[in-house]
Design a protein around this ligand. Structure first.
Ligand code: NAD
Ligand code: IPM
Ligand code: MN
Length: 351
């Protein structure tokens, strides 16, 4: 049994604070894990002049999985685009071939009160957003900024749409058997291709899964007014970025939203939130998203779903007892993490 090798990239702002919490929890459930910690984003710019140094890329590629905090912040905003922390993160995703970004949105039973939605709307919500992560307007389509105009191009190949659609249909088969594909096919050619391709993948391979298409503007409204209508949502890169922050409203905070980015190489696991410069350095960030991301790593990359379930339950217990400030509680990062560890010890049998 090989010792799992995890590359940890804490990054900037609250990244190191929430990542430390996640690593503590990971070590508690998997004591023999080998952790290699390296800088990325602004921290890497400061240390070596690049947001994604070659040695970080090499370490990530030979790891079993990568756990990332957050990147970016006011300190680096004035840098040329290629030097910005966010470009380091995009380059890492590309380098790992991580094209399918899974962003679960769940309201666990007993935690409805943390949602700003009425309890009857929040209760039982369990959505999986599958965000395409390596294409669209973020990458490759042609981009330029001139004095008087600028442009970015949203571009997708059929193959890029097919591979992420397959992940969404496969995930739906393990869940409640329904996919909603979100696009803007009434206006955009790229969305027309998206819609045709997703429909084609279903007819060819996944006739047992239900499929509905929705326009992104209407979906933005329906996600918060009728979240129960969704099982799996599949959408392109930029729409998925926006809709997943929006969906964080349902459980009650960005600090509850983990993610897994899967594809050709080692999996990448990170909270969906940013570096939160407004609270960085205060020790009050909600580490739940980072801790749950470590859980997703155990489930998707390290073959230990039982340990992932234990982490989910321990986070649930800690949230019931006293959440962090973003959720109206009073625990700081350290206190919340201690509560998670305490809850883990109570469930030391792997199921
Ligand atoms: P943000 O997600 O950092 O913060 C938005 C709001 O949510 C803030 O009020 C913040 O305090 C709060 N928040 C976020 N995570 C929290 C947590 N764990 N606990 C408690 N409160 C939390 O978004 P932003 O302010 O738009 O971006 C700040 C920086 O982060 C920018 O440089 C941006 O590019 C970067 N960013 C990075 C990532 C990433 O690394 N994956 C994601 C998004 C934004
Ligand atoms: C996210 C972030 C990133 C994205 C940024 C920081 C590049 O917002 O992970 O959601 O847009 O993908
Ligand atoms: Mn985002």
């Amino acid at each position: 049994n090989k010792v799992p090798h995890v590359v940890v990239l804490p990054g900037d702002g609250i990244g190191p604070e929430v990542t430390q919490a996640a690593v503590t929890v990971l070590r508690e459930v998997l004591p023999d894990v080998r952790i290699e910690e390296l800088p990325i984003g602004g921290a890497a710019v400061d240390a070596s002049g690049s947001p994604f140094p070659a040695e970080v890329e090499a370490a990530a590629k030979r790891s079993d999985a990568v756990l990332l905090g957050t990147v970016g912040g006011p300190k680096w905003e004035g840098l040329p685009r290629a030097m910005r922390p966010e470009m380091g993160l995009l380059a890492l995703r590309k380098s790992l071939g991580a094209f399918a970004n899974l962003r679960p949105v769940r309201v666990l039973s007993g935690l409805e009160h943390l949602s700003p939605l009425r309890p009857e709307r929040a209760r039982g919500v369990d959505i999986l957003i599958v965000r395409e992560l390596l294409g669209g307007i973020y990458f490759d389509g042609g981009r330029e900024k001139r004095e008087e105009e600028a442009f970015n191009t949203m571009r997708y190949s059929k193959a890029e749409i097919e591979r992420v659609a397959k992940v969404a249909f496969w995930a739906a088969q393990q869940r409640r058997g329904h996919v909603t594909s979100v696009d803007k096919a009434n206006v955009l050619e790229v969305s027309e291709l998206w819609r045709e391709t997703v429909t084609g993948v279903r007819s060819a391979h996944y006739r047992d899964v239900g499929l509905r298409h929705e326009y992104v503007d209407s979906a933005a409204m329906l996600i918060v007014t009728d979240p129960a209508r969704y099982d799996v949502i599949v959408t392109e890169n930029l729409f998925g970025d926006i809709l997943s922050d929006l969906a964080a409203v349902i459980p009650g905070s960005l600090g509850l939203m983990p993610s897994a980015s899967l594809g050709d190489g080692p999996g990448l696991f990170e909270p969906i939130h940013g570096s939160a410069p407004d609270i960085a350095g205060q020790g009050v960030a909600n580490p739940a998203a980072a801790i749950l991301s470590a859980g997703m790593m155990l489930r998707h990359s390290l073959g230990r779903p039982g340990l992932a379930n234990r982490i989910d339950n321990a986070v649930n217990t800690a949230l019931r007892s006293n959440p962090t400030r973003d959720l109206g509680g009073s625990a700081n990062t350290e206190e919340f993490t201690a509560r998670v560890l305490e809850a883990l010890v109570g469930t030391s049998v792997e199921v």
